[in-house]
Structure formats: C-alpha cells, structure tokens
Design a protein around this ligand. Structure first.
Ligand SMILES: Cc1ncc(COP(=O)(O)O)c(C=O)c1O
Length: 440
C-alpha cells in the first residue's frame, strides 16, 4: 500500500465525500503544490487544469497568502460578527475597488452558496416581491435556497425546494434552445426574459440570478448583447439583477468579473471561490448604494457566527494583493488567447470535439459522437459508464498527470491564473494525446 492509499483508507472510514455515492466517490489526493501544479502523497505531480474546484485562481503554495493567514491567526483569529478590525475594513475597501462600478457595500459570509442565499433574501426584503428568475442550466450552490435557484439536476434529489423560482433558457449558442443561429437570432435567449417576466407578473418578481458565464453546466459564453439586454429588462421592470460571479469572479475570464466584459452594473453580485483562492472559506455579496440604502433604517435580517471571519478576511486581502502584484488578471487575458488557439486546434484535429469555447482562462470542449447530429458523448445528466470512451478519456487524462473536470460531455479547462504559456500548452498537448488514444 502506498502512502496515498493508506491515507485515503483512513480518511474514507470516517469522513464523507460530497455529491457522490461514498463507495465509488473519486478522491483528489493532494499534499501540496506550487503555481499550476500539485503533488500527491506519493510524490506524483499533476498539472491542475481545474484549479482544484475552480477556486485556486492564485495558484498553489502562494507564500504571501499563507503568511497573511498566519499573521492574522497570531493576532486576532476570533471576533464577534459586529467586530471592527483592520482586515475587515481593508477587505471592504479592496472589494469596492475591484468590483464593478456602483457596487460599494459588502456582506461577508462563508461560501458561494451562502452568498446566493443571502442575496436571495436581500432581493426579497428590498423589493417586497417573492419570485426569482434563474436559468435552466445553472448552479448556484448546495444550500436549500441556492439549490432551488439551481437548474442543474443536482437540485432534483432535494426537491421540493423554495417556492417561486421561474426558469429562462440559456445562451447556449452551440445548441440554441430556440433553434436559432447567432447573430441572426435576435438574441432570443435574452429577449424571452421579458416574456417570462410578463407571464409571471413583473410586480411579483424580486430578482434575476445569472452566472457571469455559465460554469460547470457547459461554459456558455453569452453573445455581447446578452448581459446589457438583461440589464435593460431588469431596470424596466424594477427587478434586481444579480450576477453570480462565484465561479467567474476574480480573474477567471480575463477581467476581475465576467460582467466587466460587457460593462454591466448588476444590483447585487455574489462571490466566493477566487476571493481567497480557496486558502480560507469566504463568500461575499456586493450591493449598490441604492440597494444597500434599504437597510439604513431597517434591520438586515441576515447573519452568521463566523461573519467576516478574520482569517478569511486576511486571506482575501492577500489574494487580491497578489492578483494585482503579479498582474494575474492580465495574465488570464493573455493566456486566454493562447487557450483559444489551442482549443481551436484541438477542434480542427479531433472529430470528437464538436465545439470549443472560452473566455479568458475558462475553456470548454464539448464532445460529440457525431458532429452533424451533435450527439453528446455522454447525455445530459448521464453517468460515466465504466469502460465507455468517456471513462477511458477520464482515465487517460489522469494517467498523464492532468487534473481536469470531464462532466457529461464537457471537458473544462480552468488552470490557475498564474499559469505560463509552456504549462498551458503542455496541458493542451496532454489533452490532445489522451483524445488521440481514446478516439483516433
Ligand atoms: C456559479 C456558482 N455559484 C455558486 C456556487 C457555490 O459555491 P460554494 O460551493 O462555494 O458554496 C458555485 C460552486 O461551484 C458556482 O459555480
């Protein structure tokens, strides 16, 4: 038994895995790492093309973040939710600087799900309305409210969820839900929001929750008109526009936030993951002054024991400083161009790649068994059948030392933003090689 096998056996005995049958849950063995790479307990190195779970944007082993955590822990590591301390004040200032114009107040919680949970409550409090509109192929978190917003089948097992969540279709250009082709489509995916609003009663709808770019449900990069049109419609009907930037925030798409690509100012923005690069648990809701003003004289009925935890605040400050110091957001934009060329090359070479899309360092290869019919390699919500080509591809990627997510027929590419061109091309070559082994 290797050191890794032994450790895993001990852990499996008492600690549960998420989102999986415990007996067959896949583990990620990690003992440490540096930059875009990590090592397991037997000294095997992996190139991290999933940034752990799309959160380690700054990369592994960043000393400035761990030192800030250690320093905070040695001075103040336990504080009342209403406590005033330097790391908390400084984080508010930093977030106000990097979030989209107009966002100026922040509610600091523990995760992306909790950020959405709180944004949902705030939207109801502020508007006095109860319905929410969210997208069909979406993920907003595992807690009951966030899961109710979620379109993804991960919601199904927990149903019935919250009342009053209505769905709109996705900006999924490769398989347009309206059978259209961009740009002749009139951006129906945005336009039909108005139809749903009218059918559900504008005066009953509190908010529209939308991921900046769809995350693990397919990496759909919306057409340029999409977000501005959502903004117009929400303004027209007095509905709050909530950008869920948990996945796409903090540089993933080559700008601080995905909505920055389209100069859109949401009313609320939810964050998590890259806010600390996974070095400590933290989520946040950003509010405009106008929305936040609602709570000037009324109680904000949201809160947690570990609100704005000092260690998480210190980790976030150091992470944001690192993004700025090393120009990691700029690097994500530059490497995004390299990624775009690499994904196009893979599509040109491999028949199984039906579509390739990316924004910054978030890329998706959509795998199909027939390019004309666009038959997905694995159907929506389909299981990974042992011995199938998809299962063989997953294994081939792992055997080549690539940590990467293959979900249904989507292969997602999302390395830490500090990755250099050599490592990015090396990872793409490993994908090329694995596709050749399984499909050529
Ligand atoms: C878009 C989006 N929102 C919310 C969440 C939930 O974040 P967390 O898992 O930190 O609660 C995720 C997690 O994957 C996400 O991708």
């Amino acid at each position: 038994m290797s050191a890794g096998d032994d450790l895993e056996a001990r852990q499996r005995k008492h600690v549960m895995f998420t989102w999986s049958a415990q007996g067959s849950a896949a583990s990620v063995r990690i003992s440490g790492g540096r930059g875009a790479r990590f090592v397991d307990h037997d000294g095997r190195e992996f190139l991290d093309f999933e940034s752990q779970v799309f959160n380690c944007n700054a990369g592994h082993g960043q000393a400035s973040i761990s030192e800030a955590i250690a320093s905070q822990a040695s001075t103040l590591s336990c504080a009342h939710p209403a406590a005033v301390f330097e790391a908390k004040a400084a984080l508010g200032e930093r977030l106000a600087r990097v979030t989209p114009e107009g966002i100026s107040k922040f509610f600091l919680c523990l995760s992306g799900a909790e950020a959405n949970e709180n944004a949902l409550k705030m939207a109801r409090f502020v508007t006095g309305r109860s319905k929410i509109i969210a997208r069909r192929r979406s993920y907003h978190g595992a807690s009951m409210g966030a899961l109710s917003l979620t379109g993804d089948p991960r919601r199904w097992a927990a149903e019935p969820g919250l009342w009053g969540v209505e769905r709109i279709e996705d900006p999924y250009c490769y398989r347009c839900p309206f059978g259209q082709t961009y740009p002749g489509c009139g951006v129906q995916c945005a336009e039909h929001l108005e139809h749903v609003i009218q059918m559900e009663g504008p005066e009953r709808i509190a908010a529209v929750f939308i991921e900046g770019v769809t995350g693990a449900n397919g990496g759909f990069v919306p057409p340029p008109e999409y977000w501005p049109r959502l903004r117009e419609l929400c303004t027209k009907y007095g509905i709050l526009l909530v950008a869920d930037e948990v996945f796409t925030g903090f540089g993933r798409t080559g700008k601080w936030f995905a909505v920055d690509h389209w100069d859109v100012q949401p009313d609320l923005i939810t964050m998590g993951k890259g806010i600390t690069s996974g070095y400590a648990p933290l989520g946040a809701v950003g509010l405009t002054d106008r929305v936040a003003a609602h709570f000037d004289e009324r109680a904000l009925q949201c809160g947690l024991t570990n609100y704005a935890h000092p260690i998480a605040c210190a980790a976030a400050n150091a992470t944001i400083d690192l993004y700025e110091r090393d120009d990691l957001i700029g690097n994500a934009a530059r490497m995004g161009e390299v990624l775009k060329r690499g994904l196009e090359a893979l599509k040109a070479k491999h028949e199984v790649v039906g579509d390739a899309r990316n924004l910054g360092l978030f890329g998706t290869l959509e795998l199909v068994t027939d390019r004309v019919l666009k038959t997905p390699l694995v159907p929506y919500n389909g299981a990974l059948i042992p011995g199938s080509k998809a299962a063989r591809l997953k294994l081939a990627l792992h055997q080549r030392g690539l940590h990467i997510l293959l979900r249904w027929n989507y292969l997602f590419i999302a390395p830490p933003l500090c990755i250099d061109e050599d490592d990015l091309n090396r990872g793409l070559l490993l994908i090329d090689d694995a596709l050749t082994e399984v499909f050529a």
